[in-house]
Design a protein around this ligand. Structure first.
Ligand code: G
Ligand code: G
Ligand code: G
Ligand code: MN
Ligand code: NA
Length: 252
């Protein structure tokens, strides 16, 4: 309850900020994942410490709306300049947000009020919420897809659902869970699992993003798997918007 009160106060006091973790296609910067940070007291509180509470207390709804609207404002800014107009933003959406009756309207509202190009917005979801009520999930996703919004399945490979089930979802992308990337370095079966997941994703007609890249070895290996969509500390940490934009100048 104390944490819940702190989050409430944090929202009104504008203590929440967005960080942006770069995403690359090979050497080229193509966009970023939006990651919420809480500047509270003496330092930053990680989402791991507050997302669960925010989710339980419904505070994730105002917080999540804020993230979506900020991301859309950023996309609208980028759309004005040719150097940045191609960039995408991936926003994490929690189960409670996705299941909310107004979810589709909330996303459309964020897009419309900011003037963001909908086809630059990617929504990251996890398997559990999508399969809890698959018909409903398909309907919501299809409605937003019609406007150009894309969907990425986060933590791919850690769920338990059948592929035929997953294939029914109008996804555009999967993100290989970072535990598999980690295993490339630590054991032999890790490497073949990553290769299999990449090939599986491609055969489903999806983009495959490798996240949690922490070494050159992993990059070299991903190239041999025909996976060029990359995200991780080794190539770009989550950072404020200003430094992301500097990076753009350096990489283009
Ligand atoms: O950025 P970091 O690795 O600390 O994130 C920890 C967890 O919090 C990750 O699972 C990430 O998806 C989640 N997270 C980060 N930002 C957001 C956000 O804006 N909304 C939601 N729902 N989850 C987020
Ligand atoms: O599956 P197919 O033989 O069409 O694949 C041709 C090549 O393109 C393969 O190397 C495969 O990994 C890659 N590929 C297939 N589908 C996709 C896709 O949706 N996105 C990306 N980035 N690569 C793909
Ligand atoms: O659950 P999700 O995939 O959205 O989590 C994203 C989280 O992963 C962010 O909090 C981010 O800080 C973290 N992250 C990003 N890159 C790396 C990395 O290379 N290694 C590890 N261990 N975590 C990472
Ligand atoms: Mn994510
Ligand atoms: Na993930």
């Amino acid at each position: 309850v104390a944490l819940e009160e702190d989050i409430r106060a944090g929202i009104t006091m504008s203590e929440f900020v967005l960080y942006f973790q770069p995403q690359f296609n090979g050497q080229q910067l193509i966009g970023a994942e939006v990651l919420l940070r809480w500047r509270h007291g003496s330092g930053f509180v990680s989402p791991d410490k507050f997302i669960t509470t925010a989710e339980q207390s419904n505070l994730i709804l105002p917080l999540g709306n804020w993230v979506l609207s900020q991301a859309c404002k950023q996309l609208a800014e980028w759309a004005k300049r040719p150097e940045t107009a191609h960039l995408t933003l991936s926003v994490n959406v929690s189960p409670k947000q996705f299941k909310h009756d107004q979810f589709v309207d909330i996303v459309l509202q964020a897009i419309t009020s900011s003037g963001a190009p909908a086809n630059r917005l990617v929504i990251e979801l996890t398997e559990g919420v999508l399969l809890e009520n698959i018909e409903n999930a398909i309907e919501r996703m299809t409605q937003l897809r019609a406007y150009g919004v894309s969907f990425s399945l986060d933590d791919f490979g850690t769920g338990y659902s059948s592929l035929s089930y997953l294939q029914r979802l109008p996804l555009t992308e999967v993100k290989i869970d970072r535990s598999f990337l980690h295993d490339i370095d630590s054991n032999a079966s890790g490497a073949s699992i990553v290769r299999t997941i990449v090939s599986l994703g491609h055969s489903m007609g999806l983009k495959v993003v490798a996240e949690g890249i922490e070494s050159q070895t992993q990059i070299d290996y991903l190239k041999t798997c025909d996976c060029f969509l990359w995200q991780g500390y080794f190539i770009g940490e989550p950072q404020p918007i200003e430094s992301l934009e500097k990076l753009l100048v350096q990489t283009n």
